[in-house]
Design a protein around this ligand. Sequence first.
Ligand SMILES: [Zn+2]
Length: 227
Amino acid sequence: MDPLYLSNTDCPCCATNFEITRVRPSFKNPNRSDTDFCGYYKNGVNPDFYVVRICPSCGYSFSENGVKQLSDEDKAIYFAEIGKHWVSEYFHGERTIQQALTAYKRALMIAQLMKAENRLIAGLLHHIAWLYRYMEQEQDEQRFLQFALEKYIVVYENEENSEKNAKLLYIIGELNKRTGQYSEAVKWFSRVVNDKSIMDAGMIRASREQWKDIGEILAQQRESNLS
Ligand SMILES: [Zn+2]
């Protein structure tokens, strides 16, 4: 069975109905995942590549999560700043990693212009970091992990009850760890482990493991400094 199928959707900006490519649900489970949830898929079709939809008519780009109809004011802002440069192009069919990257960067630019929710922007930045990881472009991956981290912290500072959101605390710890900010990482992992009101067993276990791993990295660094 082809993991991809065609569907269609309406553009929230210009109302054009257009074809989109989607991944069948049975192909959406990763074979394995990194500790920050970056997924690897054994049949080579990565569902993340298809999350961003691009309207062929006006170029408005949006992820399947959090689609909102644009107000007339927002449409005017979009066309004045970004839409006027659009050259009609179809993005359906199988996507290469480069096309996925183009789609995510366009969605990011538009989300920033439209002042989208911080959580959505953090997710786009994190996904772009993963695309660079797949391509083994470490400098760009690190740059986008740092951008995503800063945005997740804004989410933490602004969302209600975020201090109880174990997954958010964990991901902030994990991105600190991946960008080499170990003492900051420990601060966030220890919150998940030590807050008695947090019940998310999976995140508690993962935080404990990553915390322990940092202990080992630091011990190794001390050893190599002594020798
Ligand atoms: Zn459109």
